[in-house]
Design a protein around this ligand. Sequence first.
Ligand code: CO
Length: 143
Amino acid sequence: MEDYIESIYLLVQQKGYARVSDISDVLRIQRPAVSKMIQRLDQEKYLIYEKYRGIVLTKKGEKFGKRLLHRHKLLERFLETIGVHSENIYSDVEGIEHHLSWDAIDRIDDLIQFFEEKEDRIKELRDIQGKKNEHDHDGEISF
Ligand code: CO
């Protein structure tokens, strides 16, 4: 359900509207299943679905979408900070974002702040990672 609201929020930001077909493309879920979920989200007052005008988020839906997008961006920054390769970041975030508690999200936020406050901290982390990579190249930790 969260990934629906997240992608509708993004689509509306990018194009000004979202249609069932757009959401179906983005999430790679068949249209009938998307339609069903959209009707549910309409009932739960996250959005208003009008057959010809498409999907509009309500205040509640927009607030939630904004929070979900913030979470997505925060997790991207987190993975970037800890040194995950950029080509892995998007799919890793998609894989974990819906499974973490908001408590965990807030603690990750703290950790990013911890690293961003003093540059030395990131440098120290990179030093450790550099040493591990040397070992990897020695073949000690290869698999
Ligand atoms: Co996401």
